[in-house]
Design a protein around this ligand. Structure first.
Ligand SMILES: [Zn+2]
Length: 475
């Protein structure tokens, strides 16, 4: 009698992250993932291996971990976005992931796809695509770009940081889709979801790898933690970069103010569920995700953008749930200074009704520069040979609200031109802008590390005169 080989129906995967040595996680069997699902079809550039039981360290294993995470992130956001949402047009029909894009400890989204890098550190092969949290973070950038393409080029630290927060929130919500992780996090936090846990700690292995060379740049047990107490400051007043235990305007670091509030919102909504079990946690995560999607679609991209998104989440809860979760939302945004006390109490049902009256229903997508304000500055100050145009955030706020002044009361949001120029200056100081030689002045500051990822470039304007600052990618 012969035994026919059977096609495996499961693949072994990591559910959130490989973990860092020696606290590595055990692979868990998952059903073979489906990538080509609506409204967010995904694909992988490399050829699919047989779904066999290949373990950690093999290319087959990395493929299935990445596929499982891509599919989970797409299915996390799919049901929450408005009908008709699709990837940004330059992405094409499917979002394609490239699992071996070169040597680095990083990954990025660039409107052509997702790119994952790898490097061996202290004898450990660290492949970004082998961390579901990293894959779900990058997929989050693509989802937000589908909903709000204006954020891609917006010259605003707060808009860029909201993108990073959305990436980490994408990883959190994707993790919370798994019953096994919901049970694990309820046990680890004894039901208090705002505590540090396996799902709040982002990218433990990548964090470990970066820590070997730059211990000050990451948390001691992960890359970033959504369980944090960072209090809002206007990013134009912050240094461009700093150690991980301080707040800086660098978007990944500044994102923690918003993602920290979001974790508290999930925790607060969970406390309001009838049952404090894993099913109640699944509900809470979905409710919070829905309010965030509603808010990013509706909120204008302005300076003090966090406050606008926060205000629109409170408004979305009034509309969808009759304000049932208003206290959880207000409390989280106040604790992180995203809304001042006066701002948080000013968003009431009559005000929301009045502001929404006569406004078209918010729709996802739209032109890349829709609602942004072109600001042209003197290039020479920044080592650029011609006038330089930046896409500054718009001027008009829907709710006249703002973040908290640490000294009390509300902050006055910086004007759009100051937001845009401070953003450009920070990018240059961090060495993140590619300035082609022909556009430089003799005195231009040139980053001396060619291996540093350039997230932006100075290019010739396609519509007007002079030069423009354009984004290449979100890492
Ligand atoms: Zn990112």
């Amino acid at each position: 009698m012969t035994v026919q080989p059977q096609q495996a129906t499961t693949v072994p995967v990591y559910e959130d992250d490989p973990g860092f040595p020696p606290q590595v996680n055990m692979p868990v069997p998952h059903p073979v993932p489906q990538l080509d699902t609506q409204p967010f079809p995904t694909a992988i550039a490399e050829t699919a291996p047989q779904p066999d039981s290949a373990g950690p360290g093999t290319e087959a294993f990395r493929y299935w971990v990445a596929a499982d995470a891509l599919s989970r992130a797409a299915q996390t956001w799919g049901p929450l976005v408005p009908a008709g949402t699709h990837w940004h047009p330059s992405v094409g029909r499917s979002l394609t992931a490239h699992l071996n894009a070169g040597d680095d400890l990083n990954a990025f989204y660039d409107r052509r796809g997702l790119w994952f890098f790898r490097r061996t550190v202290a004898g450990v092969a660290v492949a970004a695509c082998e961390s579901p949290e990293v894959v779900e973070h990058e997929t989050g950038h693509a989802v937000l770009d589908a909903l709000r393409p204006q954020l891609f080029n917006a010259a605003s630290a707060e808009a860029a940081a909201l993108h990073e927060a959305f990436g980490d929130i994408s990883a959190l919500l994707s993790s919370l889709r798994l019953e096994s992780l919901r049970i694990a996090v309820l046990a680890e936090t004894r039901g208090d979801i705002e505590q540090s846990s396996r799902v709040s700690r982002m990218a433990e292995q990548l964090g470990w790898a970066i820590r070997q060379g730059h211990p000050e740049l990451v948390d001691r047990d992960c890359l970033r933690n959504m369980a944090n107490s960072f209090f809002y400051r206007d990013p134009v007043l912050l240094p461009p970069i700093g150690p991980a235990n301080t707040l800086s305007s660098e978007p990944h670091y500044f994102s923690r103010v918003f993602s920290g509030a979001f974790l508290k919102i999930v925790a607060g909504i969970f406390r309001q569920q009838d049952l404090h079990d894993q099913a109640g946690l699944a509900n809470a995560a979905e409710i919070a995700g829905q309010l965030l999607v509603d808010a990013v679609v509706a909120a204008p991209v302005v300076s003090a953008y966090y406050a606008q998104v926060a205000g629109h989440m409170i408004a979305a809860d009034l509309r969808r749930n009759g304000g049932r979760y208003g206290q959880s939302l207000r409390s989280a945004f106040i604790r992180h200074g995203i809304l001042s006390l006066e701002a948080a109490t000013s968003i009431t049902e009559p005000q929301v009704a009045r502001r929404s009256a006569g406004m078209a229903e918010a729709t996802p997508g739209g032109g890349d520069d829709q609602g942004l304000m072109a600001v042209t500055i003197h290039g020479a100050t920044y080592g650029v040979a011609q006038p330089l145009t930046l896409s500054a955030p718009a001027d008009e706020r829907r709710f006249g609200i703002a973040g908290s002044d640490p000294a009390g009361g509300s902050l006055r949001p910086a004007d759009p031109e100051r937001v845009a120029t401070s953003y450009l200056e920070d990018l240059l100081r961090r060495g993140r802008v590619h300035v082609p030689e022909e556009h430089r002045t003799d005195a231009a500051f040139v980053d001396d590390n060619p291996s540093r990822l350039k997230t932006h470039e100075i290019a010739r304007s396609t519509t007007g005169e002079g030069l423009v600052l354009v984004r290449r990618c979100f890492d």
